[in-house]
Design a protein around this ligand. Structure first.
Ligand SMILES: *Cc1c(COP(=O)(O)O)cnc(C)c1O
Length: 434
């Protein structure tokens, strides 16, 4: 972004940026909701991604094969159901920065977090504490607390929550590594959201993992807000495990099938404690139904049940678009589009002289964020949010005081962002008066 704010904050400059955008065509691959006869300005891809237009075709293909083959579809369908999850492995591994055998698509996110913690949170008398970010997504808080109780421990003692230091809106990496160091002798697990759902902060997973290992503990991440949003190198960062859902940036539809990553140094270890099911068995042995469980030599070993083919078909439709666009091109556009979003939000705040009352709490450093920007209000936040919703802008409201906007590089345009900025400007003008 070389131009000054005045120059680029016009509809003409937004259109020019769209014309130069190599990914602009992907917008037409999605359905935008139409409300009051107009497509909405959709900035909620961090909550529920839009429907890919090819999703129906992929699902219909499986319905057709089911009608045609019945049970034989497990082997005779064009994409055989027996190994359906394997077709998702490579594209998902690219998104995770992993080897294909380190990734498995299965279950839902919170379920996968539990399955991973059964294997990687093995507290003993000395090492039993978990470091996590304060105000983590509630489902993660419940999962952590219940796992601690499963081992007969007290969550109040075992779970150490980190909150931003005084005057900060996010948690510095050094704060995390200092805490790891301080608790190094009692630490069993560090489990953090890769991108915080509220502030939009992207954590330095590489540094946190290194510090965790140095302390002799395990490092796991919840990537619900990171997968498909930021560039990930889970294998090279040496992360022990990670889990993520597919209905946010990955556009696989409500309740879509989630995923898990297990580092190679763990997948081959038959001694690991895990909850097992027949789909985690070595696939060669799956239908001979041996009495003893022989884990697959991959992340598949954590699978319990046969794959839910219909929701996975939607995920395939979306991952095909990701493979075509490529994470590198997506994250390049994301940086520019989000910087543009930041500039239009700051411009609306400046034009209304309300910098004391409205602020972006997401880090300004692009290395510490993905595409989401969280705007915090001292007052009238909910009214501004309602005004925007009435004006066909879909952000989302997070109590008590934040509106989140996620300009998604796969389908949002610079023009969307420009229009959102103008409507935010109008909303601030209305509500600053009282
Ligand atoms: C979205 C989200 C969830 C949701 O969990 P599900 O099991 O998919 O319902 C959990 N944790 C985080 C951090 C999330 O962002």
């Amino acid at each position: 972004m070389m131009k000054t704010e005045m120059e680029r904050n016009t509809i003409e400059s937004a259109s020019a940026m769209d014309a130069a955008d190599v990914l602009a065509g992907f917008r037409d691959e999605f359905y935008f909701p139409v409300i009051n006869g107009r497509p909405v300005l959709y900035f909620c891809g961090n909550s529920l991604g839009l429907q890919p237009r090819n999703a129906r075709k992929y699902v219909e293909k499986e319905l057709d094969d089911w009608a045609k083959w019945g049970v034989e579809g497990h082997f005779n369908a064009a994409t055989p159901w027996f190994s359906y999850h394997e077709f998702l492995r490579e594209p998902m591994a690219k998104i995770a920065g992993a080897h294909p055998d380190e990734v498995v698509v299965m279950n839902s996110l919170t379920t996968n977090l539990h399955l991973m913690m059964i294997s990687f949170y093995r507290p003993d008398k000395k090492r039993y504490r978990i470091i996590c970010e304060g105000g983590a997504f509630p489902s993660d808080q419940y999962a952590l607390a219940s796992q601690v109780k499963l081992h007969g421990l007290d969550p109040k003692d075992a779970i150490i929550e980190l909150f931003p230091e005084q005057g900060k809106t996010y948690i510095e990496t050094t704060q995390v590594t200092d805490a790891i160091h301080k608790h190094r002798d009692e630490l069993a697990l560090v489990m953090i959201g890769g991108v915080n759902y509220y502030s939009g902060q992207l954590f330095d997973m590489k540094t946190i993992t290194a510090a965790t290992h140095e302390a002799g503990a395990m490092a796991g991440f919840d990537l619900a807000h990171a997968a498909g949003n930021v560039s990930l190198e889970l294998h090279d960062w040496n992360v022990d495990f990670a889990v993520w859902c597919s209905y946010k940036y990955l556009n696989a539809g409500p309740g879509g099938v989630a995923a898990a990553f297990v580092h190679r140094r763990h997948t081959g270890n038959p001694e690991l404690v895990r909850l097992a099911g027949w789909w985690g068995n070595d696939p060669e042995k799956r239908f001979s139904m041996p009495k003893e469980f022989v884990p697959a030599n991959s992340a598949d070993a954590w699978q319990l049940s046969n794959a839910p083919v219909l929701p996975m078909a939607v995920l395939r439709a979306s991952l095909d678009l990701f493979s075509k666009a490529g994470m590198e091109r997506l994250t390049n556009k994301s940086r520019t589009l989000t910087a543009y979003m930041e500039s239009v939000i700051l411009s609306a705040i400046r034009r209304n002289n309300c910098s004391g009352e409205v602020r972006i709490i997401t880090p300004a450093d692009e290395k510490q964020r993905g595409c989401q920007l969280s705007v915090q209000f001292n007052r009238h936040g909910k009214e501004v949010y309602d005004f925007l919703t009435e004006s066909n802008v879909f952000g989302d409201w997070r109590s008590p005081d934040v509106i989140r906007f996620a300009p998604v590089p796969l389908y949002n345009s610079y023009t969307d962002v420009y229009r959102c900025g103008e409507l935010l400007n109008e909303a601030l003008a209305v509500f600053k008066k009282d």
